[in-house]
Design a protein around this ligand. Structure first.
Ligand SMILES: NC(=O)c1ccc[n+]([C@@H]2O[C@H](COP(=O)([O-])OP(=O)(O)OC[C@H]3O[C@@H](n4cnc5c(N)ncnc54)[C@H](OP(=O)(O)O)[C@@H]3O)[C@@H](O)[C@H]2O)c1
Length: 270
């Protein structure tokens, strides 16, 4: 029997690349996205169900899971990939901005996870793969909300192992570095200093660094790491992906908090 994976945020970037890889490997794929009517490349693929799922809408989550199970019978792997970055000084973030960042990156991930768990518990098997970030292990300036959601995803995932491993369910975290997707484009919410002069020079320096970050074009590296996490049969939890992620996480381990902050400030020219 073919295995089935459900992927959130499959309209672009890592999600779309991951749909294609699992499809090429012969899996059934439930490719979920907010606006499936805009997608025609994935919907042309055999054994790929393109359907609507907005991680902030419980109704669409339930519908997508029911539709997927009706078509493929079961869900073996969940890839919680949907997410975006909110960039700016915390004080300048509106309440709506704060809430939305957590609604999508954290509460949305929890809602989808809770919706697949009954099936996984019943079958006593399953793998939940959460797309975190190198930003779930280290922080950059002016991205506190984004980091808060990704640090939360890391802690959530690590702790859930204790309650779910005995039921046959494994947990995984993917930690990509910088990749050229819609993340730094249409997906990003940039509020900066929101007109607050005190924050503007630092924010401009951060954006300058961010715009010159050597983003990798090879999204297959991330898709491959997700596929590895789904199939390697190990208890390995964290999968850093990309030379920048591996290097930054390694450096963070070797430095104390003060030295790491000084290195970051120096790199930003702040
Ligand atoms: N690219 C990087 O450098 C990088 C590095 C580390 C981690 N990440 C993480 O990787 C994940 C995927 O991002 P990406 O780089 O592939 O960027 P992307 O191309 O912008 O993809 C993000 C996806 O999330 C979807 N999404 C946003 N809000 C949603 C919602 N409420 N419900 C369902 N889907 C929603 C978007 O859907 P729409 O098309 O409808 O907007 C899009 O499909 C994110 O969790 C991001 O934080 C990215």
């Amino acid at each position: 029997m073919n295995k089935t994976v459900l992927i959130t945020g499959a309209s672009s970037g890592f999600g779309k690349a991951t749909v294609k890889l699992f499809h090429n490997k012969g899996w059934n794929v439930i490719a979920t996205m907010r606006s499936p009517e805009k997608e025609n490349e994935l919907s042309a693929l055999d054994k790929v169900l393109v359907t609507q799922l907005d991680v902030t809408s419980n109704q669409t989550i339930q519908n997508a899971i029911q539709e997927g199970i009706a078509k493929f019978g079961h869900i073996d792997v969940l890839v919680n990939n949907a997410g975006y970055g909110a960039m700016g000084a915390l004080e300048a973030a509106s309440e709506e901005e704060v809430k939305k960042q957590f609604d999508v990156n954290f509460f949305g991930l929890i809602a989808v996870t809770k919706a697949v768990l009954p099936g996984m518990r019943q079958q006593r098997s399953g793998i939940i793969i959460n797309v975190s970030s190198v930003g779930g292990r280290i922080t950059f300036p002016f991205a506190s909300l984004y980091h808060a959601t990704k640090f939360a995803v890391e802690g959530l995932t690590e702790s859930m192992q204790y309650e779910l491993n005995p039921l046959g369910i494994q947990l995984k975290v993917i930690e990509p570095g910088g990749y050229r997707t819609e993340f730094a484009g249409r997906s990003m919410s940039i509020f900066g200093g929101n007109g607050m002069e005190d924050y503007q020079p630092g924010f401009d320096q951060f954006m300058n660094m961010f715009e010159h970050w050597p983003m990798s074009e090879d999204l297959s590296e991330v898709a491959s790491a997700i596929y590895e996490a789904a199939t390697d049969g190990t208890e390995k939890l964290r999968y850093p992906v990309g030379h920048d992620a591996v290097q930054l996480i390694g450096t963070r381990h070797q430095m104390d908090d003060v030295d790491f902050k000084k290195m970051m400030v120096a790199q930003m020219g702040m």
